[in-house]
Design a protein around this ligand. Structure first.
Ligand code: IPM
Ligand code: MN
Length: 340
């Protein structure tokens, strides 16, 4: 397995080290190449993602990314120039974000019940494409646009992926989340696509929900969700809500997938670089380890993925809820459990 590693900034290198430890415990054939990308490189050289680096990344089976970001870098630079550029250039059209409440994990909800959802967030379109502009900047008549791009091709492939995932799960249920009552143009494309693709998956039941109502039900009745499909921006928002009700951002994993397999997919914890706790060895590496499980699953290494997932489930079910997390201890324990 040829893995490109972008550890990044803040707690990124700390959690990635543990992710690799666990990965190596189940996949001894692992070969890694480190890429120095992120805030530090930008501050030192002004470079974000040189084309030569992008070309090299393409030669790997997958990418593991820790976290990118630093308070010393103005907002938007690293996001657009590095993280989003990677997702767009490598055609990561599915942003896969499971949200499962593990045994032993405390949810902020009083009676969370069982929560096990799989959010399929579109990754290369919507308002993220940078299709906008500004007129009369810095005047009282400034006009700013940020146009959401939705293509039949782009919507179809992500909706199809969501149906494929839904049909393989016991509940076989899919929820489309959008705002079709206001965003009528894009909303119509999404609804029609779900209807058309859904005809090929008669065993999957489908529900539609507006994003505002869904955000409420994620909190009042999260157990109703199985697979969710939604656009890039709605998906960004609702997956943070889903993470919150299933134990927080320290456990939230994600995969940025090029489902076609043309480009390497990229796996990253949903959390950021957390500069406030960086360097202290207290970041929970579990989100990264769960991202490693998604990576293994994506590469067809189902058995290895299952071992990593089982290690995390066991560790969480036996953790002292009041105990402090030590990054390397969690990694050591998970590696021993997964590899043993
Ligand atoms: C995420 C993040 C990114 C996003 C930012 C950092 C660009 O919030 O991965 O969810 O909006 O996709
Ligand atoms: Mn986000």
């Amino acid at each position: 397995m040829r893995l490109a590693v972008i550890a990044g900034d803040g707690i990124g290198p700390e959690v990635v080290a543990e992710g690799l430890k666990v990965l190596r415990s189940v996949a001894p054939d692992l070969e890694t190449t480190d890429y120095d990308l992120g805030a530090t490189r930008w501050q030192r050289t002004g470079e974000l993602l040189p084309d030569t680096v992008l070309d090299e990344l393409r030669g790997h089976d997958a990418i593991l990314l820790g976290a990118i970001g630093d308070p010393g870098v103005p907002p938007g630079i690293l996001e657009r120039g590095l993280l989003l550029r990677l997702r767009f250039e490598l055609d990561h059209h599915v942003n896969l974000r499971p949200a499962k409440l593990y045994d032993g994990v405390r949810s902020p909800l009083a009676e969370p019940g069982e929560i096990d959802m799989l959010c399929v967030r579109e990754g290369t379109e919507g308002p993220y494409v940078g299709n906008g502009g500004v007129l009369r900047r810095d005047t009282p008549h400034e006009v700013a646009t940020e146009v959401s791009l939705n293509t039949a091709f782009g919507v179809e492939r992500v909706v199809r992926y969501a149906f494929e995932r839904a049909t393989a799960r016991p509940r076989r249920h899919l929820t489309l989340i959008h705002k079709t009552n206001v965003l009528t143009h894009a909303g119509s494309l999404w609804s029609r696509t779900v209807e058309e693709v859904g005809a090929e998956f008669p065993e999957v039941t489908v529900t539609y929900q507006h994003v505002d109502a869904a955000s409420m039900f994620f909190i009042t009745d999260p157990g109703r969700y199985d697979v969710i499909v939604t656009d890039n921006l709605f998906g960004d928002i609702v997956t943070d809500v889903a993470a919150a009700v299933t134990g927080g951002i320290g456990l939230a994993a994600s995969g940025n997938l090029d489902v076609s397999g043309t480009n390497p997919s990229m796996f990253e914890p949903v959390h950021g670089s957390a500069p406030d706790i960086a360097g202290q060895g207290v970041a929970d590496p579990t989100a990264t380890v769960l991202s490693v499980a998604l990576l293994l699953d994506h590469l067809g290494r189902t058995d290895q993925a299952r071992k990593v997932g089982a290690a995390v489930a066991f560790d969480l079910s036996t953790r002292d809820p009041r105990g402090r997390v030590r990054t390397t201890e969690v990694g050591d324990r998970l590696a021993a459990l997964a590899g043993g």
